[in-house]
Unconditional design. Structure first.
Length: 623
């Protein structure tokens, strides 16, 4: 293998391998960020809609519990039941009129199809909707399983969704509850006929779901999942479309109806791969899913991959040209020197190497040429021959040294080839400073991604180094006054404390054995988080410590946004975040560092929290 080829390969390897490595890491980090961001958005949409559904049906439950205690119903339902076979009786008509005055208004306010009263024999004796009354009177409740009445006698019951023929086949649900007379005896059941339109409108709201996203609800019936709302790609799906449990199709809704809460990439009911979040609604035994097609969700990743590929190709071509030029500038003079040495060694003293450069190779070339001229002037006499031999030896010696200089040059040159690699590390920032707003909007955006990714990677690496150093470096154990430590932390956080009008108070804290820097970092992370994740009110933070046997129990209490307790263990895992970076900055390592510090000092850490009201972080340290 020639020197030129070796130098070219070496330069390209030193240049392109780190660049490729960094590009792959940056791409994967951005891909992971986008995936996590989309999943977080879907989870937020899902939580919002499931809360809306539960709130709506909880409201219906409260409304029917109020209705079942109406004095008007307790008084008149027995009368309607008594004269059900004589509906023109004056007492029947008076009782119905009294109920109409209250229940028709209640029906309108609650947005119901109908409010029905059923006697103890299961026959409808009253309907608030005048259009329904003739069809319902003395008939059973119109649910499919014919169990709503029996279940309603025992307590509040939500029926399955069914297509109500009286309402032109619209999806309807019944809510029933028992009615007791003034002596506590069962006299019948009150039933709400619920219009599912409000739930469906919530499902059909596709804000933040793009061109392909949707939310849907379903229920497990035997070994099948029945879809309960019109789908984006099948508007006639209500109670007609289903998938079997265990099928490839409809993976997200299958998980949801079986009681799972989660997110990931699965196949939907169309056979399309989607990124989805799913959740179970225990109150109704429903599953709810928010999803979006993979192609749309990760379109930015595809664009970024193409951009990185183009950049790598351009850089590879440029590096190849530069590598070839540098290798040629070194190898060509070496070849000339080699040819000159061969010519002079064969006796051709008129040969001239003729390298005019001012570097070591040029100097060596001129030495070769001078040596040839000197040799040419040597006479044939013995003295001259001895002189010639001596001079030849001497020449073999500007040559030995020259070879040593050449080796030294080759080493220096190969070492200096790393300089272009260091220069390339700053290209992304140079591109941003020099060409921002000079190229198109996409180029600015992509350059911004590269620069932002590099800065976040540096922050991430610094945090990882901080995390990895804990417990690895043996530091002296000393007396640590936590009061003094807390004062130092508060002083270091003073700008952010003043900015957020935070108030930090504490009881008298103990003196512990341990590593001082660990406690500084521990209190700084916990107090900093309490300030960062504050609610609408100014942060109020209190630190206290109580001794329990052989350990001190510390608590850091705040009035912030709180944490859903289903995530109470997850927040201490490295890289785990509950909020997007646009909401709250950070790398997701702070609480992991706290956990490692506490465990290194021989304790444990946990959190208790109420969402929207605040959190208390507890940790123990051996006394």
């Amino acid at each position: 293998m020639s020197i030129r080829l070796k130098l070219t390969i070496t330069f390209l390897a030193l240049t392109l391998i780190p660049l490729l490595f960094v590009s792959v890491i940056a791409f994967n980090n951005y891909k992971n960020y986008l995936e996590a961001d989309h999943i977080a958005d879907l989870r937020n949409i899902l939580m919002f809609k499931s809360d809306k559904i539960e709130t709506y049906f909880s409201g219906l439950k409260s409304d029917i519990e109020i209705a079942q205690s109406f004095f008007n119903i307790k008084q008149n339902l027995p009368i309607l039941s008594q004269y059900a076979n004589d509906p023109h009786n004056t007492k029947f008509l008076e009782a119905k009129k009294m109920l109409d005055g209250q229940l028709q208004n209640t029906q309108s306010v609650l947005g119901l199809y109908d409010i029905m009263l059923v006697n103890v024999d299961g026959k409808i004796v009253y309907a608030s909707n005048p259009k329904h009354y003739p069809k319902h009177f003395l008939n059973s409740l119109p649910d499919l399983k014919n169990e709503t009445f029996e279940r309603g006698k025992k307590g509040v019951y939500f029926s399955d969704i069914f297509l109500d023929p009286i309402e032109s086949g619209r999806p309807t649900m019944l809510v029933t509850a028992p009615v007791l007379d003034f002596h506590g005896e069962l006299v019948g059941v009150v039933a709400f006929s619920v219009d599912m339109g409000s739930v469906y409108r919530l499902m059909q709201d596709r804000t933040w779901l793009g061109k392909t996203g949707e939310t849907l609800i379903g229920k497990k019936v035997g070994d099948r999942v029945i879809y309960l709302n019109p789908l984006r790609y099948d508007t006639e799906a209500v109670l007609t479309k289903h998938v079997h449990i265990g099928d490839v199709l409809g993976g997200p809704i299958q998980k949801a109806v079986q009681g799972e809460n989660g997110a990931g990439e699965l196949i939907d009911y169309r056979g399309k791969k989607v990124v989805a979040a799913w959740q179970f609604i225990p109150m109704l035994n429903w599953g709810i899913v928010a999803k979006m097609d993979i192609e749309e969700a990760f379109a930015d990743i595809i664009k970024l991959g193409k951009l990185i590929s183009i950049i790598l190709i351009i850089v590879s071509v440029l590096c190849s040209i530069v590598a070839f030029a540098i290798a040629k500038s070194i190898s060509d003079p070496i070849k000339k020197l080699s040819k000159g040495a061969e010519a002079i060694g064969s006796g051709n003293l008129d040969y001239k190497v003729g390298i005019s450069s001012k570097d070591e190779l040029g100097q060596l070339s001129r030495t070769f040429d001078n040596m040839a001229s000197d040799l040419k002037n040597i006479t044939a006499s013995r003295d001259e021959l001895n002189k010639e031999i001596a001079e030849r030896k001497a020449a073999e010696e500007e040559l030995k040294r020259s070879n040593e200089n050449l080796e030294q040059f080759a080493y220096v040159a190969s070492h200096d080839l790393q300089e272009p690699l260091r220069v390339m590390a700053s290209y992304s920032e140079l591109l941003e400073r020099r060409y921002k707003s000079k190229l198109d909007k996409d180029a600015d955006e992509f350059i911004g991604y590269i620069v932002d990714g590099a800065k976040r990677m540096q922050k991430l690496i610094n945090d990882l180094l901080a995390y990895s150093r804990i417990g690895r470096v043996n530091k002296p154990v000393e007396d640590v006054d936590c009061n003094s430590i807390l004062d130092r932390v508060i002083n270091s956080l003073q700008p952010v404390i003043e900015q957020n009008q935070a108030v930090i108070s504490h009881d008298k804290l103990p003196v512990l054995k341990g590593t001082e820097s660990h406690y500084v970092q521990l209190f700084q992370n916990l107090i900093g988080n309490a300030i960062k994740f504050h609610g609408p009110e100014a942060p109020r933070i209190h630190i206290r410590a109580v001794r329990h046997g052989k350990e001190w129990l510390f608590s850091v209490k705040d009035n912030g946004i709180g944490i859903d307790l289903q995530y109470k263990d997850r927040i201490f895992l490295i890289f785990q975040r509950l909020h997007g970076r646009n909401e709250y900055p950070g790398t997701g390592i702070g609480l992991s560092i706290c956990k490692k510090i506490v465990e290194t000092e021989g304790g444990r850490i946990w959190v208790e929290s109420t969402l929207g009201k605040g959190s208390i972080f507890y940790f123990t340290i051996p006394a």
